[in-house]
Design a protein. Structure first.
Length: 264
């Protein structure tokens, strides 16, 4: 499905910061069929757009030297659309966020900032220009169909994002053991993601945003990921009323969920 309107608050971009972009690109090409198209950004380096059969699904770039030298694994990041990046960044700080990268221009394409929300999860804001507003693809096989915040303080997260991005919420009837219920996120009546309460089983894993890639067959996807040098840190399971879910890791350590829905 082509997304052409950068409505305030929607997840609008999905970006993998990789310790080895070539290795990651080869993995996702083999797993999801994503094609890589490189753009030279000069001193910033190469930025690669990732396309499925119907359009752009996200991007790939080199991890910054600091996190890479610290030994951190590759990580998927989520951007949310805003009308004015500077104003939204200021508002986020007023609501308890911490700035990681202040607002900056990205060539002629738009303006962005990187923040940590009050519960500790990192996310980005994106203000597009007429040349940097998509379209991109969501809600179809081999594209992102859901984003998810895993956090230990769902009440604080709900208040923060509703005030910053205008989200509305629906509490799912599906309970999370020892943590409460799953919370679905909507923007303008469309469900884009959820908030997952982190229970004690998460250990010391910090709060974070994750992406779900839709696939026709989760078990086949897991087998292919292993064949390509990836892993399966979360075994496949059936979520009642939703579909079959699992998690795969690429050879550089990046994690993403894969999901096959019961119904479109």
């Amino acid at each position: 499905m082509q997304i052409t309107e950068m409505r305030q608050g929607i997840p609008c971009w999905f970006e993998l910061a990789s310790t080895d972009p070539d290795k990651s690109a080869a993995f996702y090409h083999g797993l999801f069929g994503w094609q890589r198209f490189d753009m030279d950004l000069g001193p910033i380096g190469t930025y690669s757009f990732l396309n499925n059969a119907n359009g752009c699904v996200g991007a790939l770039c080199s991890m910054m030297p600091g996190p890479k030298s610290a030994g951190l694994p590759s990580t998927w990041g989520v951007y949310f659309a805003v009308d004015r990046c500077d104003d939204s960044t200021t508002r986020a700080v007023e609501l308890g966020a911490t700035i990681i990268a202040p607002p900056m221009d990205v060539n002629q394409h738009g303006r962005m900032s990187v923040l940590s929300d009050p519960t500790g999860a990192v996310f980005s804001l994106w203000q597009s220009t007429s040349s940097g507003g998509g379209p991109f693809v969501m809600f179809e096989n081999h594209a992102v169909g859901w984003v998810e915040l895993a956090t230990r303080d769902t009440l604080k997260a709900r208040e923060f994002y509703s005030k910053l991005l205008g989200w509305t919420y629906t509490e799912s009837p599906i309970p999370v053991p020892d943590s409460g219920n799953y919370i679905e996120i909507s923007v303008g009546g469309t469900r884009y993601g959820g908030i997952l309460p982190m229970n004690p089983e998460w250990g010391e894993i910090p709060p974070h945003w994750g992406v779900y890639v839709m696939v026709p067959d989760v078990n086949a996807c897991i087998a292919k990921a292993k064949e390509l040098g990836g892993g399966n840190p979360l075994p496949a399971f059936d979520a009642p009323g939703v579909g079959r879910i699992s998690m795969v890791s690429d050879p550089t350590g990046a994690l993403c969920y894969v999901i096959a829905l019961n119904t479109p």
